[in-house]
Design a protein around this ligand. Structure first.
Ligand code: IPM
Ligand code: MG
Length: 360
């Protein structure tokens, strides 16, 4: 049976890196993985074509797909549009539409890239942490929200940070389950010294922990967590947190690994359907130049094979292939140090496909 994958290239460097992902998926047919790929519009590209950042045709395409691969959305051209037409709104609606509440953002340092990290190589050597970010709740979606005018004529703005017990429980379970397959440690990040939402969060985390006595649990305030990530990042195994804190901490974690151009993500729910995207954005400054790093997107394909298609063998093969091309000295511009061989998007994609046959 051929699986069906919806590919949404989006904006900026999106189409260039998505093209490499498509070629990678096609190359997997040699390893017994057959997929039908259909491409759809999202973000600014969709706004340009239809006026809607997540048009109904794209929703229909995603409805029919077993998994969705999204490259990137956004760009300066769209920054002044009303919120409903912003590219980011298309992405947030997509996450909400399918209830992809569990966002896994692994930050893994490839040994070859230790020198590209913004921290000293010895601080990050062997770094392997996983951020589990709640993705469909919290202040991103809480009501009321908006910009209003008060009785005094002054404008004010409101966003609402809200979590229900069940929303907290299900994301925390994902984190404990993930920890069991890794280092058996979970650090829950909140702001319990100030926010009631975090007070409830902590309570629920403690309650769920009772089912996972084999996993070590700690709590950390988000400001401290930001500091600890750049001070001693290897102390973390699994970090679980809400939507906004997870957004911020995952960018920090990304930089530790050398470049945000290296980080994949998976957004999951309780069945196998998932949304896979690189953590980085659309990088409009380098769009169309053929220099964007496709590795985060190719590694997102690996996550897709693992979580949606139960093909751990192929996921691992792609990850080893990426390791191989890095060991061979190939670098895109974002991860290259002076003197290293810089290749473009297409060459990097090609090299990974070639390496698929060289690893086992
Ligand atoms: C991310 C991005 C998105 C987010 C934006 C593009 C809406 O920063 O996936 O981390 O804030 O979730
Ligand atoms: Mg972000």
């Amino acid at each position: 049976m051929a699986y069906s994958i919806a590919v949404l290239p989006g904006d900026g460097i999106g189409p260039e890196i998505a093209a490499e992902a498509v070629k990678l998926i096609e190359a997997l047919s040699e390893f017994g993985f057959e997929a039908r790929i259909e491409t759809g519009l999202i973000g600014g590209a969709a706004v340009d074509a239809t006026g809607d950042p997540l048009p109904p045709e794209t929703i229909a395409l995603c409805d029919a797909a077993d998994a969705i691969l999204l490259a990137a959305v956004g760009g300066p051209k769209y920054d002044r549009l009303p919120r409903a037409q912003r590219p980011e709104t298309g992405l947030l609606r997509l996450r909400a539409q399918y209830g992809f509440f569990a966002n896994l953002r692994p930050a893994l340092l490839y040994p070859e890239l230790a020198e590209a990290s913004s921290l000293k190589a010895e601080k990050v050597a062997g770094l392997d942490l996983l951020i589990v970010r709640e993705l469909t709740g919290g202040i991103y979606f809480g009501q009321p929200r908006g910009i209003f005018t008060g009785e005094d004529g002054e404008r004010y703005a409101v966003n609402t940070q809200r979590y229900s017990e069940s929303e907290i429980r299900r994301i925390v379970r994902v984190a404990f389950e993930a920890a069991r397959r890794r280092g058996r440690r979970v650090c829950s990040v909140d702001k319990a010294n100030v926010l009631e939402v975090s007070e409830l969060w902590r309570e629920v985390v403690e309650a769920v922990h009772a089912d996972y006595p084999d996993v070590e649990l700690s709590h950390m305030l988000v400001d401290n967590a930001a500091m600890q990530l750049v001070r001693e990042p290897k102390q973390f195994d699994v970090v679980v947190t809400g939507n906004l804190f997870g957004d911020i901490l995952s960018d920090i974690a990304a930089m530790l690994t050398g470049s945000i151009g290296m980080l994949p993500s998976a957004s999951l729910r309780s069945d196998a359907k998932g949304l896979y995207e690189p953590v980085h954005g659309s990088a409009p400054d380098i769009a169309g130049q053929g220099v964007a790093n496709p590795l985060a997107t190719l590694l997102s394909v690996a996550m897709m094979l693992r979580h949606s298609f139960d093909r751990e063998d192929l996921a691992a093969r792609i990850e080893r292939a990426v390791g191989r091309v890095l060991a061979d000295g190939l670098r895109c511009r974002d991860i290259a140090r002076p003197g290293e061989t810089v290749v473009g998007t297409v060459e990097m994609g090609e090299a990974v496909r070639r390496a698929l046959h060289e690893v086992d």
